[in-house]
Ligand binder design. Sequence first.
Ligand code: VTB
Length: 346
Amino acid sequence: MEATLGLEIIEVVEQAAIASARLMGKGDKNEADRVAVEAMRERMNKIYMRGRIVIGEGERDEAPMLYIGEEVGICTDPNAKNFCNPEELLEIDIAVDPCEGTNLCAYGQPGSMAVLAISEKGGLFNAPDFYMNKLAAPAAAKGKVDIRKSPTENLKILAECLDRSIDELVVVVMKRDRHDELIKEIREAGARVRLITDGDVSAAISCAFSGTNIHALMGIGAAPEGVISAAAMRCLGGHFQGQLVTDPAVVRTKEWANKTKEENVARLKEMGITDPDRVYETEELASGQTVLFAACGITPGTLMEGVRFFHGGARTQSLVISTQSRTARFVDTIHMFEQPRRLQLR
Ligand code: VTB
């Protein structure tokens, strides 16, 4: 699977990032998302694979493209047997976020990227559209920090694992009212907080790379993004745990304004999730034997450059990782738009 897909999925995220980047700073997040979705879908449908979207733009009735359950790839054609070899007919599951951090892109802020994760069928947790409490940390702390412990305890463990003092640690937290207590506790424990307005996938993955000066991600973001982060952490050996949030008193959103915790728990039960408090480990969120993850920067971020346009082309930076390859491959690409190509490469 990896050999066939590795290079192609880089192009999928590159195309989505380029499309979104054209709308960078234009203030229209929906449009930045729409064009990324379209570009990602178009490129994905040129790949010799039989894919199914398991995390995407929403349910079929609310998303015209890349909805949950949509089949993508050339080998989903009814006549695929005639032009796809059996290996390419292997069914794979795909989680996409074509413009992760739409606000960041729309307002020209750092940290937005096009991302996707792939695994064999059943290899990615079909996360409900809920919130998720998350804990991400470097590989050295994997299995030692625990989301069930207090942030203070986890910071002590993290400091030990990383052989530094707590005040040398940086924790990324999304700037939301729901995190006021968390932020206070992290600061009181002595660590430093880096507040972000959006984009917790990038923050989670950054924990797995030393040199980013990000040592943990704590707090509540979206569950689907949690699965995508877990897929990357599975490949990198980093720590990631997630726990669904059901209490509307914890996350005050418009959508949950008239919902009770009991109703949310009942909704999860309908989806087959009987233990709403379960802590999901990385290996459960991304359980596949083979997991692939790819991302391309839209705006500049901790790990990747953003898209840079110039006359006749653009330059992108992507990251591709997998459970098989034992590499984290950063790919720097110059895209030549013009025909004939008269770009001078330097
Ligand atoms: C979360 C986070 C994402 O949007 O989904 C956030 O996981 C939305 O959170 O990375 P709120 O509903 O609290 O605003 C992102 O930041 C970007 O998609």
